[in-house]
Design a protein around this ligand. Structure first.
Ligand code: 5GP
Ligand code: MN
Ligand code: MN
Length: 319
């Protein structure tokens, strides 16, 4: 495990840096990647951000959105330091094969991150977002975030805390946010841009809500999307927030069937440790927000996750 100053020193000593984050990138993955890019460019480094996925258009409000690249098959970028953010290296898609680095740094806030051989880990599970760690890192690097870095890092803080409402938002998170505002981040511009949805996504939400199912004596609620629905729906990330608020529901789950025998699971909770449920299937995350992949057909995967959640509630798997 690296210290923050060792992490800063590794970056300070690099001329060429490649940054990546997890597939299906969220506000923290994108915000922390672009935020770190702006900080390192201010220090004169040559920086590339590589993400192996489509970047939702809503994030075009972030300075640097246009320079994000996708890894190209058969082409490897050589660099001094390769930085993996907001995940272990098992969720970066084709980026792992597209970079040749002297050192690999993994910077994350997921307590389920166990580290990877050959990589150097800086993990701070007390931080609400990887962007909050990048904010700490700016201090260790002695660089003040400019307005571009501030907007990106603020976005990571805001999105991973449900806009400062979840229990992971600490006094440090709020202080970091205040400091980023002084550096030029504009919360209303960012939240308005991130709230915009295509009409079809709201229609998809209505369809999803119409088929939600309560289980575990009403303590859990799930939306289970077949492969056809998953393929048709462009954006489903917001769905889970609409069922986690139901009175009496501890665990909310959204299951999406992506391939005949591959289903993605997202979970949110008020009490139960859903990272433990996710970890039991090889996934991970946080106590109140976690996910995993089940390599089963739709109906079986649905039963598997319902049984696991019901058991966790019955046996009171709290952190
Ligand atoms: P989401 O439900 O928004 O996709 O993910 C919730 C949290 O769990 C996020 O912090 C995310 O990084 C983590 N997570 C989701 N899926 C996985 C997974 O398959 N593996 C691991 N290790 N973490 C996951
Ligand atoms: Mn993330
Ligand atoms: Mn995060």
């Amino acid at each position: 495990m690296l210290t923050l100053s060792e992490t800063a020193a590794a970056l300070q000593g690099a001329a060429k840096v490649v940054i990546t984050a997890h597939v299906n990138p969220d506000g923290d993955a994108i915000g922390s990647s672009l935020g770190l890019m702006h900080l390192l460019r201010a220090l004169g480094k040559d920086v590339t951000v590589l993400l192996d996925d489509d970047i939702p258009a809503a994030f075009s409000v972030l300075p640097g959105y246009d320079v994000i690249e996708r890894p190209r098959e058969g082409e490897a970028i050589a660099c001094d330091v390769f930085v993996i953010l907001d995940t272990m290296s098992d969720r970066i898609g084709g980026t792992s094969g597209a970079v040749r680095a002297r050192r690999i740094l993994n910077i994350d806030h997921h307590h389920t991150n166990t580290g990877t051989a050959g990589e150097e880990l800086y993990l701070d599970g007390t931080r609400a977002a990887t962007a909050e760690i990048i904010y700490d890192l700016a201090g260790a690097l002695g660089v003040r975030p400019d307005a571009a870095a501030a907007a990106c890092l603020y976005t990571g803080l805001a999105t991973d805390t449900g806009f400062f409402r979840f229990s992971n938002a600490t006094a440090h998170t709020y202080r970091a946010a205040a400091d980023l505002l002084e550096a030029g981040a504009e919360p209303h511009v960012i939240s308005e841009a991130l709230e915009v949805r295509p009409l079809q996504t709201v229609r998809d939400l209505a369809e999803a809500l119409s088929q939600m199912e309560l289980f575990a004596d009403g303590k859990a609620c799930g939306i289970f999307l077949t492969q056809a629905q998953t393929a048709r729906m462009a954006s489903t990330e917001s769905f889970i927030g609409h069922i986690r608020v139901i009175d009496g529901v501890d665990v909310a789950v959204v299951l999406k069937c992506k391939e005949p025998e591959l289903c993605r699971v997202s979970m949110r909770s008020k009490r139960v440790d859903v990272s433990r449920i996710a970890a039991s299937f090889g996934g991970g995350g946080h106590v109140r927000a976690a996910g995993c992949t089940l390599t089963q057909p739709f109906a079986e995967a649905k039963q598997t996750i319902m049984d696991a959640i019901a058991r966790a509630i019955r046996e009171d798997w709290t952190a």
